[in-house]
Write a new protein. Structure first.
Length: 240
């Protein structure tokens, strides 16, 4: 939050961090985006061109893509709720109790949501870049990947293997969130307490549908965030 506030103060010559915070808060409320999410995007997005009328190219928000795969999870509203709903659905399909969701950020997978995993695991896999993990390999190949026995698999380097085993996971299955144009925008992984056999075709199809639907929703949501940045830019420039 502080980084975003400092950038806004410097970029728009605002009077204080408090003024920057107020602009972020007003924008987050108007666009129904969590304040920390908006602040993170504002801090990371490329700066608008000098005297630009908008921060990012305009995208109409439109209607959120349907998420029929989450029908059993109620009607999630908001970024976090959709990700947790998707994680719970994946765990239900695979019969697991532990799992996590990662989103692609700057060429890496960033841990976004998890359940049943301890702090050593979440700290170790906060960001995944190397290909010596199942999730990174599934992202690189844009396909589902099952590791039936983590202890015996050559998919992992030893550090990753031990970080997974110590949390009680003995097998895992990774589901890429693939956009209509084939880009991987995230990953859902289930972790299993026992070694795992092959998933059924029905399970794999259900997970494939889930990954595609969540990917489309995430892309739509990014368009919403772009609109929020443009609104924030307009508010800030009007104060000069």
């Amino acid at each position: 939050m502080a980084r975003a506030e400092d950038l806004l103060v410097a970029r728009y010559r605002l009077s204080s961090r408090q003024e920057a915070f107020d602009l972020l808060r007003r924008t987050s409320q108007r666009f129904n985006i969590k304040l920390h999410t908006l602040a993170d995007v504002a801090a990371q997005a490329p700066a608008p061109a000098p005297d630009a009328r908008s921060w990012m190219p305009g995208r109409p928000r439109g209607t959120a893509p349907a998420l029929p795969a989450l029908s059993g999870e109620g009607q999630p509203a908001g970024h976090g709720a959709v990700l947790m709903g998707a994680l719970h659905r994946a765990l239900h399909v695979t019969g697991a109790r532990m799992g996590n969701v990662q989103l692609v950020e700057n060429g890496m997978l960033r841990l976004e949501k998890h359940t049943g995993l301890n702090k050593r695991f979440t700290d170790y896999f906060a960001f995944v870049e190397a290909s010596t993990t199942a999730c990174a390999r599934a992202a690189r190949e844009a396909r589902q990947l099952t590791v039936k026995d983590i202890a015996a698999s050559d998919t992992f380097d030893e550090g990753s293997r031990q970080a997974i085993l110590q949390t009680g996971s003995r097998a895992c299955h990774s589901v890429p969130l693939v956009s209509p144009n084939g880009a991987v925008v995230g990953m859902i992984s289930s972790h299993h307490e026992s070694t795992l056999g092959d998933l059924t075709e029905t399970q794999l199809n259900a997970l494939h549908d889930l990954g595609g639907q969540v990917a489309r929703w995430l892309i739509w949501h990014r368009g919403t965030v772009s609109g929020a940045l443009n609104h924030l830019h307009a508010l800030a420039t009007s104060r000069r």
